[in-house]
Design a protein around this ligand. Sequence first.
Ligand code: FES
Length: 145
Amino acid sequence: MALYSEKVMDHFQHPRNVGVIDNADGVGEVGNPKCGDIMKIYLKIENDIIVDVKFETFGCGSAIASSSMATEMIKGQPISQALTLTNKAVAEALDGLPAHKLHCSVLAEEAIKKALKDYYDKNGIAYDPAIFPACEDCEHCDHGA
Ligand code: FES
């Protein structure tokens, strides 16, 4: 079996939603201190719906494919739906990632959550902080050590 699924290769070679949204309603940037990869997500939100989403990812092919797939999965969806997106769902939608590349899909989940948190914060919308994991909770992150 090939290391990467056809879907991973497709989204890596033809990533969807690459770019920047000027005056985005929410922006989330996360990095993985171990591999040095960085992912930035931009959201345009109207009436609780994610009407547009773009990403910039400086990272490996799996991180790019994960960003591309994750943005496709939340585009046009309500915020409540985007908040439930897990890295597992992203990896499954890509027909799997090799075990040592699963952390790349974690970046996508975290960047989206961070962008949604930014949207809430900017608009003074109250939320339960528990829905946004604290940095210390990230399993893959060794806090720069
Ligand atoms: Fe770091 Fe893929 S190797 S995100």
